[in-house]
Design a protein around this ligand. Structure first.
Ligand SMILES: *Cc1c(COP(=O)(O)O)cnc(C)c1O
Length: 359
């Protein structure tokens, strides 16, 4: 696809950018450019651009504002030890974007175009890389129904965009282990629903549960399955792993109601590489509590692109709290996190070919 590249005529000043990059936080600041590609039923994908980042004007009848036909992705650009920018398994994001598109009755974007849009954006905004602990440029590709029409059917027009945001560490508390809240009343995804697609609607539906978690002093909410309210599924935006005595690991299976994380997939491979037994098997909330109390469960962590690997120290619910291990970050959790981060940043060998250099 032919991208027209129109550099921002009024980029943020060097000094303002440098100030932002000292403490970028997560999702607060944005780079100078964005990628935009249009789609219509007649023309297919057309008019690919890298342009100055800025507001978009939408008709109040734009379909996404009413029926939420929208999907997104999240990935990071890292700086390797030799100074080159690189992406981690971006082909997996491209493939998942199209899986989400199919579930939401949206057109697929050729994977090569998805990858090119991201690489071109990172290339033009590479000065936005924050040289802070855990720094990255977080990339947010998304697509939404842009036709102005109120009938309920798939839109005939879409806009695909990518924005970029310099990022430091995700959890602002910086706590060594998070506390999570088990939602007894709300569910995230039901069989046959959109739980396996990365769509904004899933997040909208998770917010009241997240509020409930915050009200109980928790950082995140963990959802149980919709049918039996028994099986542990995932957090609002992160997958879960459980580690048992003897080096045995378990993560819930992605059978339609869990988002198949790329971090999850990578952790499974890394763990197996070093001889850990990893099972994708349902795990109930009762087993979780009993195993934590008996000491059989020694570590637990959540994982996803934004926060990478985050230890879970305490699980709270209406039935009372329980602590995993000593309530702090576990040894295997930290080791897996470090291995993954080292590969992402070019500090360790990359035997699976996960890292893609840009330029
Ligand atoms: C994005 C996401 C994840 C994590 O996926 P990664 O590819 O590892 O970033 C997990 N759960 C949900 C619901 C998500 O939206």
């Amino acid at each position: 696809m032919n991208f027209s590249i129109i550099p921002n005529a009024n980029p943020i000043s060097d000094t303002a950018r440098q100030t932002i990059l000292l403490n970028p936080g997560f999702g607060n600041h944005f780079t100078d450019h964005m990628a935009v590609i249009k789609y219509s039923e007649d023309k297919g994908w057309y008019d690919a651009q890298i342009v100055a980042r800025g507001p978009i004007m939408l008709d109040p009848a734009t379909a996404v504002l009413h029926y939420a036909q929208e999907i997104f992705e999240g990935l990071k650009a890292y700086r390797l030890s030799d100074g080159a920018m690189a992406l981690f398994r971006p082909d997996a994001n491209a493939a998942r974007f199209n899986q989400s598109a199919r579930r939401l009755a949206m057109p697929e974007l050729p994977e090569a175009v998805f990858l090119e849009s991201i690489k071109r954006l990172v290339d033009i905004d590479r000065e936005w890389f924050p040289d802070v602990e855990g720094g990255s440029i977080y990339l947010r590709p998304f697509m939404f129904a842009s036709e102005a029409f109120l009938g309920v059917r798939p839109s005939r027009e879409y806009l695909y965009m990518v924005i970029a945001s310099p990022a430091g560490v995700y959890f602002k508390s910086g706590a060594p282990a998070i506390k999570i809240w088990v939602s007894q009343h709300y569910t995230r995804a039901a069989p046959g629903g959109t739980g396996a697609a990365k769509c904004g609607g899933n997040y909208a539906a998770s917010l009241t549960a997240q509020q409930e978690a915050s009200a109980h002093g928790c950082d995140q909410v963990v959802f149980l399955d919709a049918a039996e309210h028994k099986w542990v599924e995932e957090l609002g935006g992160m997958n879960l792993f459980f580690l048992f005595e003897g080096g045995h690991m378990l993560t819930p299976p992605t059978s339609g109601t869990i988002l198949e994380g790329i971090t999850r997939k990578s952790i499974i491979e890394l763990a197996r590489d070093q001889g850990l037994v990893v099972e994708e098997k349902p795990y109930s909330i009762d087993e979780w509590r009993n195993d934590a109390e008996s000491g059989k469960l020694i570590e637990c962590f959540a994982c996803g692109t934004a926060a990478v690997v985050t230890p879970v120290g305490t699980v709270a619910s209406e039935a009372g709290d329980f602590t995993i291990g000593a309530g702090g970050p576990g040894q295997i959790t930290q080791q897996l996190r470090q291995q993954l981060v080292n590969i992402q940043r070019g500090l360790a060998a990359d035997p699976h070919g996960w890292v893609q250099r840009i330029g």
